[in-house]
Design a protein around this ligand. Structure first.
Ligand code: ZN
Length: 202
């Protein structure tokens, strides 16, 4: 077993955090181990989760982005076709491929600190180590671990306002999903956000 440096921003998940995550996701966040990164306002941004949920389901995304404004920004980037471009670069650039593989290995090692689910033991997240399939997952790792771990997220995150060097709060202004009324049940989802940005009339 290797010993990793501690996650630099990790803190315990409080009862209030669970309530906030329920608002952020519109459902209960399962398998919560801790909060790996917080928004500038203190709300959870990246949640560290158990590799196996309470009901036994394997859950490979062990650094899970919950912050709505940032999720939306990343969905917008994904809608531009950026991932195909980045995957092509991982295929072609040896140095990038090597550090991306390093991010994959770090992901697995970090998960192994918490537990083991043999079904996903060799599966990290986001398409690692050879493809770029979900920038949300890669961003989750980079925000939790800090810079220098995930080379793809390290390229992408600086293009989003308010993410680096510190995560500045845009919870009340950044997103155009008007779900800040306290109705408790939100119908806004990631896919709704994708649709917002996907329509480019010709
Ligand atoms: Zn915030």
């Amino acid at each position: 077993m290797s010993t990793l440096p501690p996650l630099p921003f990790e803190s315990p998940a409080t009862t209030e955090d669970h309530e906030v995550m329920r608002e952020q996701l519109g459902r209960e966040m399962r398998g919560v181990v801790s909060i790996a990164r917080r928004c500038g306002c203190g709300r959870p941004a990246v949640v560290r989760t158990s590799p196996r949920l309470e009901d036994g389901t394997p859950f490979p995304t062990s650094l899970y982005l919950t912050l709505p404004w940032l999720t939306l920004e990343i969905s917008r980037l994904e809608a531009t076709g950026l991932m195909a471009e980045l995957t092509e670069r991982v295929e072609q650039e040896d140095e990038l491929a090597a550090s991306y593989r390093g991010a994959h290995e770090r992901y697995l090692a970090r998960r192994a600190e918490i537990g083991d689910a043999e079904e996903v033991r060799h599966v990290s997240a986001g398409g690692m180590p050879t493809r770029v399939k979900c920038l949300h997952a890669l961003a989750g790792q980079a925000l939790a671990e800090g810079p220098g771990i995930n080379p793809i997220a390290d390229e992408v995150l600086p293009t989003i306002d308010g993410v680096l060097p510190e995560l500045v709060c845009r919870c009340d202004a950044g997103a155009d999903t008007d779900d800040d009324t306290s109705t408790g049940t939100s119908t806004d989802t990631d896919t709704d956000a994708d649709i917002d940005t996907g329509e480019v009339a010709r």
